[in-house]
Design a protein around this ligand. Structure first.
Ligand SMILES: Cc1cc2nc3c(=O)[nH]c(=O)nc-3n(C[C@H](O)[C@H](O)[C@H](O)COP(=O)(O)OP(=O)(O)OC[C@H]3O[C@@H](n4cnc5c(N)ncnc54)[C@H](O)[C@@H]3O)c2cc1C
Ligand code: FES
Length: 355
C-alpha cells in the first residue's frame, strides 16, 4: 500500500540553499545543483562542469545527493568523509539540501584574452614552458589557472600560471605543460605544431591561493605542479610574507628536476626559515644523487621536524595520486583538513571511461 501511495503521490519539489549567497532555488528533476544554481542567477564558482576541476567543491550541511560521476576522482576520501561534494555532479535526493561554498576573495572577473604562443622552451624531457603574449594585461591571484584553447581542440584545457602576478597585470604569461601520452593538446604542442599559434586564454580561474595565517606552510609540487607553487612563493617572497616554509619537489630522476635555481633564489630571499627538499622516486641506486629518495609525500616531517602541525597549512599541486597521498600524510601528522589546499592536475580521461 505504501509503495502504491508513493508511486501515485506527486513528486515533491527539491530545493537547495547556498551560503554565503543566502540563495534558495528549486532543482528540477534531472538537473544538477550547479545547473539550477546558475539558472537561478547564483554566482556559484565553477569551470569544467564535468567533475574534473574542483571549482564547484562545496560542503553539504544537510540533505543527501546522488553523484553523476564519482566525486572521488577529484575530491579526496577525507574530503568526501567530511561532507564535501561537487555541485556540477550532484543531484539532490531530499526536499531541502543545504550547501556552503568558499568564495575566492580579491579575484578579478573571468574574461577572454586573445593570445599567441611566442615561446616554447623545454624544462625537462616531458615538460615545456610556453609563453603567451596577450592582447591586454591579465590580472590574477598567485596560484590561479587559465583555460587555454586553440582552434584545433574542442574544449579548453586548464593550466596554472607559472609567474607571480603584477598589480597592473601581465601582458605575457607563462605556463609549464607536461606531455600527456595520447593527449590532443599536449601531443600537438610537443610535436611543434603550435609555434606562434593563436590561442584563447580565459582567466582567472580557481581558488588555490595563499591563505592568511602566520603558521608554517608545507608546499608539495609534482611534475608541472611546480608552476602554481612558484607563482605563489615568488609572490609571497616579494610581499615579505614571514612564515616558516618547506618546499618539497617530487620528481622521478635528477633529469626531471627543473627551476631549481629559481627555488633556491626564493629560499634565499624568504623572510623566514625556508627548507627546499627535492625527492626522487626512480633515481638509479648507483647514481651521484645524495638527496632524498622515495615518495615526496613521505618527507613532510623530515622537511619540518618538531613543528606544531595543528597550526600548519598544506599547499599542493600536481598529479591526482600525489595529492591524495599528500592529504593522507598531512592529516596523519595532525594537519587540519580545512588547512590543506590543492589543485589536482586531472584530465578528462575518467569521463571517457564511464559506462
Ligand atoms: C585546475 C587544473 C590546473 C592544471 N594545471 C596544469 C598545469 O599547470 N600544467 C599541466 O601540465 N597540466 C595541468 N593540468 C592538467 C591539464 O589541464 C590537462 O588535463 C592535460 O594537459 C591534458 O591535455 P591533453 O589535451 O594533452 O589531453 P586530453 O586530450 O585531455 O587527454 C587526456 C588523457 O585522456 C585520454 N583520452 C582522451 N580522450 C579519450 C577517450 N575518448 N577515451 C579514452 N581515453 C581518452 C588521453 O589518451 C590522455 O591520456 C591542470 C588541470 C587542472 C584541473
Ligand atoms: S565545475 Fe565542478 S568540478 Fe569543475
Amino acid at each position: 500500500m505504501a509503495f502504491l501511495k508513493s508511486l501515485f503521490a506527486a513528486k515533491k519539489a527539491k530545493f537547495v540553499e547556498v551560503q554565503p549567497f543566502a540563495a534558495r532555488f528549486e532543482v528540477p528533476a534531472g538537473e544538477t545543483v550547479l545547473e539550477a544554481a546558475l539558472k537561478a542567477g547564483v554566482d556559484f564558482p565553477h569551470n569544467c562542469t564535468v567533475g574534473t576541476c574542483g571549482s564547484c567543491k562545496c560542503k553539504l550541511k544537510s540533505g543527501r545527493v546522488n553523484a553523476l560521476t564519482d566525486f572521488g576522482y577529484t575530491l579526496s576520501q577525507q574530503e568526501i568523509a567530511a561532507g564535501f561534494i561537487l555541485a556540477c555532479q550532484a543531484i539532490p535526493r531530499d526536499e531541502l539540501t543545504e550547501l556552503e561554498v568558499e568564495v575566492q576573495a580579491g579575484s578579478t572577473p573571468v574574461a577572454t584574452y586573445q593570445g599567441r604562443i611566442v615561446a616554447n622552451d623545454p624544462l625537462t624531457h616531458d615538460i615545456v614552458r610556453i609563453g603567451i603574449e596577450l592582447d591586454r594585461p591579465l590580472q590574477f591571484v598567485a596560484g590561479q589557472y587559465a583555460n587555454l584553447k586553440t582552434a584545433d581542440i574542442e574544449r579548453a584545457r586548464n593550466y596554472s600560471f607559472a609567474d607571480a602576478p603584477a598589480a597592473e597585470g601581465l601582458k605575457t604569461v607563462n605556463f609549464f605543460i607536461r606531455k600527456v601520452p595520447g593527449g590532443a593538446f599536449t601531443e600537438a604542442l610537443f610535436a611543434g605544431k603550435l609555434a606562434q599559434a593563436a590561442i584563447e586564454v580565459e582567466a582567472p580561474h580557481g581558488n588555490f591561493h595563499l591563505h592568511e595565517s602566520r603558521g608554517p606552510m608545507v608546499c608539495i609540487a609534482g611534475g608541472s605542479g611546480l608552476a602554481p607553487l612558484l607563482s605563489l612563493l615568488e609572490d609571497a617572497s616579494r610581499r615579505r610574507v614571514e612564515r616558516p616554509c618547506a618546499m618539497l619537489f617530487g620528481a622521478r630522476t635528477q633529469a626531471d628536476l627543473y627551476c631549481v635555481d629559481q627555488i633556491n633564489a626564493i629560499a634565499k630571499n624568504w623572510a623566514g626559515k625556508f627548507v627546499f627538499l627535492p625527492v626522487l622516486s626512480h633515481e638509479a641506486a648507483d647514481s651521484s644523487w645524495t638527496g632524498a629518495r622515495g615518495l615526496v609525500t613521505q618527507f613532510i616531517t623530515d622537511a619540518m621536524p618538531g613543528i606544531d602541525w595543528a597550526s600548519a597549512e598544506g599547499y599542493m599541486c600536481g598529479p591526482p595520486g600525489m595529492i591524495d597521498a599528500g592529504i593522507a600524510s598531512m592529516t596523519e601528522v595532525g594537519m587540519k583538513l580545512d588547512a590543506i589546499f590543492y589543485d589536482k592536475f586531472t584530465d578528462q580521461s575518467h569521463i571517457a571511461k564511464m559506462p
